[in-house]
Design a protein around this ligand. Sequence first.
Ligand code: SF4
Length: 220
Amino acid sequence: MIEAALKTERLRINEIFHSLQGEADAVGYPTVFVRLTGCPLRCRYCDTEYAFHAGDWLDLEAVLDKVRGYGARHVCVTGGEPLAQPNCLKLLERLCDQGFQVSLETSGALDIAPVDARVSRVVDVKTPGSREAARNRIENFALLRPRDQLKFVICSREDYDWSKAFLLEHGLSERCRILFSPSYNEVSPAALADWILADRLPVRFQLQLHKILWGDTPGK
Ligand code: SF4
């Protein structure tokens, strides 16, 4: 009985590491990243394929211990798709209880409703260039709060035009902050910046700080 209860509090963890937050609101802050194993999507540009299958099962308490050990204020729960593991919800709740500033990076394909209200949710909108646009869970949009962020990774001019139309169609700019990022090595950052300015688009341009600093080095 006790063993069964403990098993219910386990997570499959690909890596836990300390770095600078490279994206979204907490960009630049020292942050502990908890990367959960597994993702039901297969975005064409995915840079964390190594998290699809590899990982060790850890008790929730062991994860919390390791996070505390870094002494950082910010924690980012990411993947893969972290919400694919139901115990991710418990992890988020416990991290908030312990006073961390918690963010969640999620694909936008799964239900964000049960996520603890204290968590800042960074939700992807998959563009056609990702080849996973059919997975966008439109029902999530009604759940977004001002502290949440919607992230578009733009792979081409066609993706940019699609994203602009999608924002308007779903009234997303009024719901939360919108992030537009150029897909790494696919769209020139300067071109995307120029398109946004030319259209007076109310979105926040961002580059992935960790990619600028460290390229594709894992664990950074
Ligand atoms: S949702 Fe994220 S982790 Fe999953 S395939 Fe797409 S980019 Fe990779």
